[in-house]
Design a protein around this ligand. Structure first.
Ligand SMILES: Cc1cc2nc3c(=O)[nH]c(=O)nc-3n(C[C@H](O)[C@H](O)[C@H](O)COP(=O)(O)O)c2cc1C
Length: 167
């Protein structure tokens, strides 16, 4: 173990060894759908209901997204690999052909996600080159689970996979 191992490229590789799910964080802002893919999503608290994710301080989308009263968070399913890349790609095409719903509060969720949350920003914490965003949940829906379940999109070593049953 060396200090050189802490350079960003090597850290990115090491962090990539840790598998995660992926969410879409999105809202309608000034009449446009705005959002991005995030694998830093974490459940935080049941009472009060809180979740978090980290946003890069370099994000061009976050200054707009954080202006929304409500944010939609959708847990992506295993068939969402292409959608996930699209949600991380050019901002003007992120929602092209993606079945999404805008709630009355302006939160945007993907119709075929595993679970969907209607959230508002509770607090933001500076954390190096990212900001940790704490979200308060106002509503939850898990439509796919009700319709026989489905496996989550898994992000690991810069690629996508799915869960397989443990032996
Ligand atoms: C699988 C995956 C996970 C990502 N997770 C995050 C994340 O947790 N936080 C973040 O700031 N960006 C994350 N990104 C990048 C954003 O989706 C987006 O590409 C980035 O914010 C640049 O776009 P922007 O400048 O419009 O924000 C992720 C991208 C991918 C493909």
């Amino acid at each position: 173990m060396t200090v050189a191992d802490l350079d960003p490229a090597s850290l990115r590789r090491a962090f990539g060894a840790f598998p995660s799910g992926v969410v879409a964080v999105a809202a309608a802002v000034d009449g446009k759908l705005v959002g991005l893919a995030a694998n830093s999503f974490t459940s935080v608290s049941l009472d009060p209901p809180l979740v978090s994710f980290s946003i890069a301080n370099a994000s061009k989308t976050w200054p707009d997204l954080r202006r929304a009263d409500r944010l939609g968070v959708t847990i992506l399913a295993s068939h969402h690999g292409v959608v996930c890349r699209q949600l991380a790609g050019p901002a003007e095409h992120r929602f092209d052909g993606v079945p999404a719903t805008v709630t009355g509060t302006g939160a945007v969720t993907l119709d075929d996600g595993l679970a969907r949350f209607d959230c508002s920003i509770s607090r933001e914490f500076e954390a190096g080159d990212h900001t940790i965003v704490l979200l308060r949940l106002h509503a939850v829906d898990h439509p796919v689970e009700r319709a026989h379940g489905s496996s989550p999109l898994v992000f690991h070593r810069s690629g996508f996979g799915r869960l397989s049953p443990a032996a």
